[in-house]
Design a protein around this ligand. Structure first.
Ligand code: SF4
Length: 441
């Protein structure tokens, strides 16, 4: 005889902590998993439901990363929590999760909480339960630290406001760059109503009041809807430019058994990495859309075999080499191998003495093997002939470049009609926009 046993809290943490690990938003300050070089993050989670997360200052902090429940009534074609997948599901009770978190916090196992969930019932109902958990740990237990609350799709405005009052950071998963592509992934989620509207409310709240969550983030699944990298870029241009998002995260699609996309090929991790690189060039290096456009191939994708910064530099060779002792910060950070920190160090050192050797530059963090064709020092100027002989430049010269990105057939949201009341009103390419779209710029 088979005896059904109610799972205890530890089993729930194991199961729901494991399911939450698919959510890359739970890695604040750090690009994605299983990548090489600067894009790698530690995988050695100290305990079930605990994630070691990198902060922007390079330090690490343990977060309790868990789903409130992995029941989900939605039909997202890429998701292991969707109703397509037949498996056992778990759910916390409100006080059970709050007590478990506080227990781990008091034992110094975790310093913060990342709380996500599947949509059980409605988006508002699920978000309300998550708010109750955060309310308990804030107002009953007095916890003042980091809490990231995932707002469920379809949540009503009043619950978004309540989450804003309690959370440190909020996020709504965008999943696809526009509503037309979203409809390929789910027949139940209407992107404009269920996702873009809550995001616009969070944006309004973060601008209008100071005592609430400090920002919002979102996540896109890359490759599931057969979108191009340019589709994604158009969306992040709007998110960073108009909605002031802190971060956009990218998750390469991996097929999940039993879902409609189980036969769909997985997205190469390198594509995710290229999107992060373009994201950094836009957000941190402040490249213009005209410059970034040079990184895209005719197909609307970023080439997987060359990093975008080098690709842009190679397509603009007349600008190089730049004089390390005279160039501005903007010129310096456009040379591959030179980042914002090393550029800052160069500028500071230059005030005291001239920079004469590669050894000096390397001590400031410049990566010589990437930077040598682009920088000039006293007594050293990379020979043009040598530059042009580099494989990189040969490949660049032969690569068909996206001179004119495909003009959207309709507004990026997929709608032909007027958008009064739409949260995308005024976004690039939409009615009401005062910004040139990248293709028009
Ligand atoms: S709503 Fe979220 S948890 Fe539910 S199926 Fe879609 S992506 Fe998965």
């Amino acid at each position: 005889m088979r005896v059904k046993r109610t799972p205890d809290t530890y089993e729930k943490i194991q199961a729901l902590g494991g399911m939450a690990s698919d959510d890359i938003l739970s890695r604040p300050g750090d690009p994605p998993s299983n990548r090489r070089g600067p894009y790698s993050v530690p995988r050695n989670n100290p305990a079930p439901g605990v994630y070691r997360s990198a902060l922007p200052n390079g330090k690490y902090v343990n977060l309790m990363r868990v789903m409130f429940t992995d029941f989900c009534k939605m039909d997202c074609a890429f998701c292991p929590n969707s109703h397509w997948v037949p498996r056992r599901r778990f759910a916390f009770k409100v006080d059970e999760l709050a007590n478990a978190f506080m227990e781990m916090y008091r034992r110094h196992t975790v310093a913060g909480l990342f709380l996500s969930s599947g949509v059980a019932g409605t988006g508002s109902k699920t978000t309300e339960k998550m708010i109750k958990v955060v309310d308990l740990i804030r107002n009953k237990h007095g916890f003042k630290g980091y809490v990231h609350v995932k707002v469920m799709p379809g949540t009503e405005e009043q619950y978004v406001e309540a989450a804003y009052q309690l959370g440190t950071r909020l996020s709504v998963n965008l999943e696809a760059p526009n509503p037309a592509l979203m409809s390929k992934l789910s027949a139940m989620k209407e992107q404009r109503r269920d996702i873009l509207a809550p995001m616009s409310w969070i944006d309004r709240l973060t601008r209008s009041t100071t005592n609430g969550a400090v920002g919002q983030a979102t996540q896109l699944v890359v490759g599931a809807a057969d979108e191009t990298d340019w589709d994604i870029f158009e969306r992040i241009d709007q998110l960073y430019g108009q909605w002031n998002l802190k971060r956009v995260y990218y998750a390469a699609f991996r097929p999940v058994r039993h879902t409609p996309l189980e036969e769909h090929p997985p997205t190469p991790p390198q594509r995710e990495c290229r999107l992060y690189q373009v994201d950094w060039l836009k957000r941190i290096y402040r490249y213009s859309n005209d410059e970034l456009k040079r990184a895209f191939a005719d197909s609307g994708h970023l080439p997987l075999d060359a990093d975008p910064k080098t690709s842009i530099a190679a397509s603009n060779l007349d600008m190089f080499p730049i004089d390390v002792n005279a160039a501005s910060r903007e010129e310096l950070i456009r040379a591959p191998g030179v980042g914002p920190t090393s550029a800052q160090r160069i500028l500071a050192a230059r005030r005291l003495h001239s920079i004469d050797t590669w050894r000096d530059l390397q001590a400031m963090g410049v990566v010589r093997k990437r930077a040598w064709p682009f920088l000039a020092l006293p007594g050293y100027r990379p020979p043009r002939a040598k530059q042009l002989k580099l494989d990189l430049f040969r490949a660049e010269a032969e690569r068909p470049r996206m001179s004119n990105p495909p003009a959207p057939k309709s507004a990026p949201c997929g709608e032909e009609r007027s958008c009064a009341g739409c949260p995308m009103y005024g976004a690039p390419g939409h009615p009401g926009s005062t910004t040139l779209t990248p293709s028009a710029a």
